[in-house]
Design a protein around this ligand. Structure first.
Ligand code: OGA
Ligand code: ZN
Ligand code: ZN
Length: 413
């Protein structure tokens, strides 16, 4: 067993699932369906939930069905007939669900297959039932935002995030909810951006053609607008990649030059506004594949994607906007080109509208983290002759951020 942390309810039956179970309320009754392959479980607090026999058999957690060390499924699903019915279903005296399944057999009628016993933990079944009701919701809830001043930026103390589980959880929860969070009061030193990323995971950093840690300052031979002192319209980085980097961290080591204020725009907010007020523009941006491209003497990296990406439920899951690496490829039919440009213009007008912008001038020792596939970032121009402006950045995979939050949740009190 050993799955639950000491302060969690002890599972009645090990389901080989390390996540915390919803509760430890026992099952008191199983109600058969009317021959349609379903049944209902009733818990002691009166909650009920339906399942199918097929799903239940598929998710047996015994050592034959699920590997004791890897916790992965080992029995092939092909051993489960689609019309499987249990031989018996009972509630154990500890409130778990015990099931006897027909054995798979070997096709030889002389050797009757042994029945296959399974035991399902009541808290685990409750967790599964709750998940079914949420499959169309985001696992990490989001909150969209419009104009925010420097004092309203979601922020977490650097030291808290780096040294305590609660601080780390607060920071990452803020980051997943708002798509942005400012870490404050960190050391104004080179390399700290890597320490912060490694606080999430040593393996979650995403290198790109710009390397693992990239440095933003005014360079003599720039291959990218960010390496000049010009204004950068709010944009996402690397929309020309099949999968643009998920989270971006920008650590401010020095920011003494005049100008260089950072701007951020919640792309999900803008998409919501477009969807409500200009549905025809929203539709065009969600359905037109647009080419993005980066080229220098070493690389030519291109990808086509809608600027507003929807999941099968119609939820906005990604916004790809970057005006200067939009490619020249004529992506739409002649007759549709003007409609595309009209929709795109309207999107950009919102990106540039201060009603949707969070503005903050990063101070030395501050690090901004944001969801590069949701939140657009930009900066005002700066004058490199008036002082140093030096940021170090890197990209972190979303899967590692979410994983860290899930693992922290196992032991949260
Ligand atoms: C970038 C970028 C922002 C800044 O490097 O992609 O957008 O504040 N930089 O310099
Ligand atoms: Zn089994
Ligand atoms: Zn950028």
């Amino acid at each position: 067993m050993g799955a639950a942390a000491p302060d969690q309810p002890i599972p009645v039956s090990d389901m080989k699932d390390l996540a915390r179970y919803a509760n430890d309320i026992p099952i008191i009754e199983v109600v058969a369906g009317d021959g349609d392959g379903t049944f209902e479980v009733v818990w002691a607090d009166g909650e009920r939930a339906g399942f199918t026999h097929l799903w239940l058999r598929d998710n047996c957690a015994c050592d034959t069905c699920r590997h004791p060390q890897t916790l992965e499924r080992v029995a092939s699903f092909l051993t489960v007939p689609l019309d499987i019915e249990p031989l018996a279903m009972t509630v154990t005296d500890r409130g778990a669900l015990a099931v006897s399944w027909p054995g798979a057999g070997d096709g030889d009628e002389d050797t009757a297959a042994e029945p296959h016993p399974s035991v399902y933990d009541p808290g685990w079944l409750r967790t599964m039932a709750a998940r079914r009701t949420k499959v169309h919701e985001r696992e990490f809830p989001i909150e969209t935002w419009g104009a925010l001043g420097p004092s309203e930026v979601p922020s977490t103390d650097h030291g808290a995030a780096m040294t305590t589980d609660e601080g780390l959880r607060d920071w990452l929860t803020q980051l997943t909810a708002y798509g942005i969070s400012l870490l404050t009061d960190g050391p104004a030193v080179e390399g700290e951006v890597l320490n912060v990323a490694e606080r999430i995971s040593k393996n979650g950093i995403r290198p790109t053609a710009f390397g693992t840690v990239f440095e933003v300052f005014s360079k003599p031979h720039p291959n990218n607008a960010a390496y000049t002192p010009v204004r950068l319209m709010p944009h996402i980085d690397l929309p020309n990649y099949t999968r643009p980097p998920d989270y971006q961290f920008l650590y401010c080591v020095a920011n003494e030059a005049d100008g260089g204020e950072s701007t951020f725009v919640d792309g999900f907010k803008i998409a919501d506004v477009l969807r409500t007020t200009e549905p025809e523009h929203f539709e065009v941006l969600a359905s037109t594949l647009v080419s993005f491209r980066f080229q220098d003497h070493e690389y030519d990296i291109r990808y086509r994607s809608p600027m507003i990406v929807l999941d099968p439920d119609g939820k906005v899951v990604e916004v790809r906007v970057n005006d200067w690496i939009r490619d020249t490829t004529p992506d739409v039919a002649l007759a549709d080109e003007r409609a595309f440009y009209a929709a795109y213009r309207s999107l950009l007008e919102k990106v540039e509208d201060r009603r949707y912008q969070l503005r903050v001038k990063l101070g030395a020792g501050q690090m901004v983290a944001f969801d590069n596939r949701r939140v657009l970032h930009g900066r005002e121009s700066f004058d490199p002759n008036t002082g140093e402006r030096f940021l170090q950045g890197l990209y972190v995979e979303r899967d590692f951020v979410r994983s860290r939050l899930r693992v922290l949740d196992r032991s949260a009190v």
